[in-house]
Design a binder for this molecule. Structure first.
Ligand SMILES: Cc1cc2nc3c(=O)[nH]c(=O)nc-3n(C[C@H](O)[C@H](O)[C@H](O)COP(=O)(O)O)c2cc1C
Length: 186
């Protein structure tokens, strides 16, 4: 029997009807048995301020502890102006400091970007990879996930209605489970 892996899911959008959040919820429902996915909220994190990195605000401290406790991280994010939404970048910065005490280091990761447009958030996906390289988060290389036309994938209640996307997510999450086992530390 395989060990359950605690996967912190970071959603890059804060809006209530976010497609990214709907996608994250769909992935939680589809995750294979070894993976326990949980959304870790980033919307109430204070903006990172290096003046307080040694003694951060409680919300920042708790967030960093939650990331430190996770076995792996999954980013589900839109693209803002061809890059990573500020709220998500802030969360990454918050859990990365002080220098040498990052909570991200060594945790296997995966990135799914999405957009109502055709390109599927490619720019956000790859800018995020740039930070993850520095933070020593081995981000899954295949399959890549750039989900375009995401507005057509959900019904009025936010449920995923695309069979082909569901089938892709199944494969993606299976691959992520294997990626975690191959790349986890210790
Ligand atoms: C500030 C801002 C910048 C955006 N820039 C991009 C972009 O560069 N590429 C893109 O495909 N969509 C862009 N969009 C459109 C988002 O993909 C769209 O609003 C999407 O629904 C946001 O994700 P969400 O549904 O999870 O909130 C942008 C939206 C906002 C609000």
């Amino acid at each position: 029997m395989s060990t359950t892996r605690d996967v912190a899911v970071l959603v890059g959008s804060l809006r209530k009807e976010s497609f990214s959040r709907k996608m994250a919820k769909a992935m939680i429902g589809l995750a294979p048995a070894p993976l326990a996915l949980e959304i870790v909220e980033i919307g109430d994190l204070p903006l990172f301020n290096q003046d307080f990195e040694a003694d951060p605000p409680p919300a920042s401290r708790e967030f960093k502890e939650r990331i430190a406790a996770a076995d792996a991280v999954l980013f589900v994010t839109p693209e803002y102006n061809r890059s990573v939404p500020g709220a998500l970048k802030n969360a990454i910065d918050v859990a990365s400091r002080p220098y040498g005490k990052s909570a991200w280091s060594g945790k296997p990761g995966a990135i799914l970007s999405l957009s109502p447009g055709a390109v599927g958030g490619f720019g956000a996906n790859h800018h995020l990879r740039q930070s993850l390289v520095f933070l020593e988060v081995p981000a899954m290389t295949q399959p890549e996930a750039y989900i375009g036309n995401c507005a057509s994938l959900f019904d009025d209640k936010g449920a995923l209605v695309s069979d082909s996307t569901r089938s892709f997510l199944d494969k993606y999450l299976q691959a992520f489970a294997q990626w975690i086992e191959r790349n986890r530390k210790g």
